[in-house]
Design a protein around this ligand. Sequence first.
Ligand SMILES: [Zn+2]
Length: 139
Amino acid sequence: MAKPAETRTAGRKSAPKASRSAAETEKIRAALAARRDELRAEYDQTLSEITELQRDRLTDSAGDDQADTGTKTFEREQEISLANSILERITQVERALERLDEGSYGWCERCGNPIPVERLAAFPSATLCVSCKQLEERR
Ligand SMILES: [Zn+2]
């Protein structure tokens, strides 16, 4: 599934603010795309677990006592809320990718410096660089 990175950025105007090289932008894009794929796999996995729990509940709930049924319902609810939070993170990453295309992604809202690629990969919704974030948390 590897796509040539060059062709996708060809013809694009440079970012509006301070400079981030095309190579760096590609690195961020790759990191975000990898993150999105990871999250999607996680989401699919969670969905199939939900389906399994659902099937368990339908097929062998006859012999269960109430405690078992309660546990299974709880597990299923846990899985569903996990699935929802993964979905939310996928949306965040997709939004980040859109903003990256517009050149408005990956800049610290406070100091205007580029946020390191590694940080963006770990926290796609990050809007502050590490030092600004630490300052924020200290207050
Ligand atoms: Zn900053």
